[in-house]
Structures are given as C-alpha cells and as structure tokens.
Design a protein around this ligand. Sequence first.
Ligand SMILES: Nc1ncnc2c1ncn2[C@@H]1O[C@H](COP(=O)(O)OP(=O)(O)OP(=O)(O)O)[C@@H](O)[C@H]1O
Ligand SMILES: [Mg+2]
Length: 293
Amino acid sequence: MNTGRLTQDVETLACAANGRAPVEASTASTREEPLSNGTTVVKIGGSTLGSHDTTLEDLVALQREGRTAVVVHGGGKVISEWMEKQGVKPKFVRGLRVTDEQSLDIAVAVLTGLINKTLVASLAAAGGKAMGLSGADGGMIRGVVKDPELGLVGTVTGVDPEPIHAVMRAGYIPVIAPVAVYGLTDSSQTTLLNINADTAAGEVAAAIGAERLVFLTDVEGVYDNSRRVIPRLTERQARGLIGSSVIGGGMIPKLEACLTSLSGGSVAHIVDGRLTRALTETLNGKATGTRIG
Ligand SMILES: Nc1ncnc2c1ncn2[C@@H]1O[C@H](COP(=O)(O)OP(=O)(O)OP(=O)(O)O)[C@@H](O)[C@H]1O
Ligand SMILES: [Mg+2]
C-alpha cells in the first residue's frame, strides 16, 4: 500500500478545507512552529475526562477549522469498575495485571462499546462528527501476546492506516479503542488482545505520519526529581528518563509511545488534560506541559 500517497491525500484535504496550498508530504513533519496544519493524534486518558475538561469541545473546534485529528482513548478505571460489578477478581503476576478470557471480554466490551460510543456521542452532542473504530476494525491494529504469563495482553506488531484515512476522508474524527487482532491470517485462531492505549496512540501516530501526538493526562507534564515540569525533552533525554527512577507507572508507556511517534516524524506532547483549552493551546504553540522532539 502507498501510505505516503494516502498521507498526502489527507494533507491536501485538510488544506483544501482551509483554503491553503497543500504542503509537500515529505516536508510536513519538518516545518517550523506552529505545527498545526497536519493531523494530530490525541490520546485521552481515563483520568482526565471530567466536568472541567474541554477536550471534546477543543476537538470539535479543530474540526470546524478543517484541522484533522484522530482520538485514541484508554479506560482502565472503567474496566476495573465493570470487573468489580461482574465479580471478576483482578489477578497479578510480578505486580502486573493478568488478562484472562473473562477480563478480556469485559475490557473489549467496555473499551469498544461503552467508552468508545460515549465519546462518539459526546462529540456529536458538542457539534462534531466522529466515528468509533477499534483496532479490530478493518484489521487496523495487529498484535501478538506480549507475555503468556500476563494473558491476553498484546504487543503491537503493525498498524494499517487505511481504515483511519478512510474515516478522515469521509469527514469524521476517528475515535479508536485500543484492542488488537491476533492471528488474522488464520481465522480459526483469530482472537482479540487488550493493548495499552498509550502504546496504541504512539503506533497510530507513526503509522499515519501524524504531525503531533498529544497525551492529555492528569499531571502537568513530565516531572523531574524535584517535581518541576520538564518543558522540553530530546529523544535521547526521553530515552534516558525511561530507564531512570524519575519516571514510573503510567508515564513509562507514554514516553515509550512518544519515542515510537518520533520515529514516524511526529512531535509529541504530554500535557495536563484537566486544564481548560489544553489541546487548543498546545496546538497553537503555547508552552504547556512537556514537549518531546
Ligand atoms: N516523572 C513523572 N512525571 C509525571 N507523572 C509521573 C512521573 N512518574 C510517574 N508518573 C505518573 O504517571 C501518571 C500518568 O499516567 P496514567 O497512566 O496514570 O494516566 P493516563 O494514561 O492519562 O490515564 P489512564 O491510564 O487512566 O488512561 C501520573 O498521574 C503520575 O502518577
Ligand atoms: Mg495510563
């Protein structure tokens, strides 16, 4: 598949909507600030979609301006709530959660159903046009089991950008739930895998050649040892931080995903999604949170 041409198509469409001349796809990721003309992948963390959050309004405003965005969402907290409701006790190996078949069923139902459709409906209610997808749709995200001891959790092995481009070309914001398909070539073996939403966002950004990847999370950015926000990290610095004691928990897959997106030519940002207009300000070049790359 000619992904370069597809990226160019999307770029041309976005520019046409803005009445601007299209920029050559090969130079799209190297333009100077503000880098707001290309596609932005936005990862929405389960923790940030609260009452003061303006992310959905920001996304609709972007769409009205003819700027293209792709949403990837998480949902860990809601999955845990539903597991509790269903009486499924979480199991852990080496401190990591194990996804057995019952847990996977709940994760898939909650991510691709409840959370995905709620986001799509909320975007529509805010005046936007969005369409829900999961990594299984169109065979978009492929994966393999990460560690058999952890069960049905996947490592991403490939992303087909075509389903995302098709939805964008039709004028919708793709809203992607993080599941992967495993064993697509042998239908008797096909199964779904739960994947980390940050990882999915990084892989999607790299696959579509996004200009930016923005993580909206529940901290102001990446903190240093003294809990001061680090405004800017090079790829090398980010790599160094991942192996250090400064970074822990949910920040590790985020920084790893930033590195994945950088390899595809994106600039990545980790910003406080609880702040009003966090996404808009980031895209308008305001210094918010941590910029990587
Ligand atoms: N150096 C660091 N700087 C900032 N946050 C850090 C750091 N090290 C660890 N963290 C943790 O990472 C968390 C952000 O990741 P987390 O996975 O909790 O959020 P999310 O991915 O936005 O939401 P969700 O996983 O619910 O979808 C912060 O709340 C913080 O506790
Ligand atoms: Mg997380």
